[in-house]
Design a binder for this molecule. Sequence first.
Ligand code: SF4
Length: 230
Amino acid sequence: MRKPLEDGNRSDRFDRLKDSIADYIQLKDKILTGIEDEERMEAQKKKIMDRLGATEEQWNDYKWQLANRFTDINHFADLIGVPAEAKEAIERVGKIYRYAISPYYLSLIDPDDPGCPIRRQAVPSPDELSPEGELDPMDESGWTPAEFVTRRYPDRLIIKVTNVCGMYCRFCQRRRLIGETDNNIPRERLKAAIDYVRENEEIRDVLITGGDAFMLSDATIEWLLDSLRK
Ligand code: SF4
């Protein structure tokens, strides 16, 4: 059994937790919520729609959003205030780690804030080329009892059904699997994962993920859910 923490260690641990978000606590009242920042986002949306010649109906259609993702910094740098000298680094990173930003997501980026969190999530950074870190930081390959399954806990697991995403998050922990090519895993290759769930009755939670599982067709999602329920 794990030894309980001594009182001193326990208070160190909680002090460290507090310290780790001290910068956020200082700033939090100045951070606008999406609702408070709506006017700026609407103005960005209009600029992007004008650039793409889009209608409101197209803007609200997720298929149009996916088909019109921005994948070349030269086509959107001015819209989000990327200075000319930063473009080269983004192009360099993008050649190794793909990026694709939907018009909607682009409209959320604050063009006046170089540290905008949405920008950091969506736009490549030269930090990504650091040689430090692990490509498989969670050692998922060591926890794979069947193809496309990762099981770390006694009663739950994940099935990775696609490597397609609507956008490629810069912090993605599955970068080694995501973004190079767009592949939804064919049904016949998912059968081993479904069988594994059926054969292990202690599994009660199955997270269907990837990639973004909602990039699958409705019919495939339904087939997957039906197969797992049986
Ligand atoms: S797998 Fe998840 S974190 Fe990685 S790029 Fe796709 S949506 Fe983002």
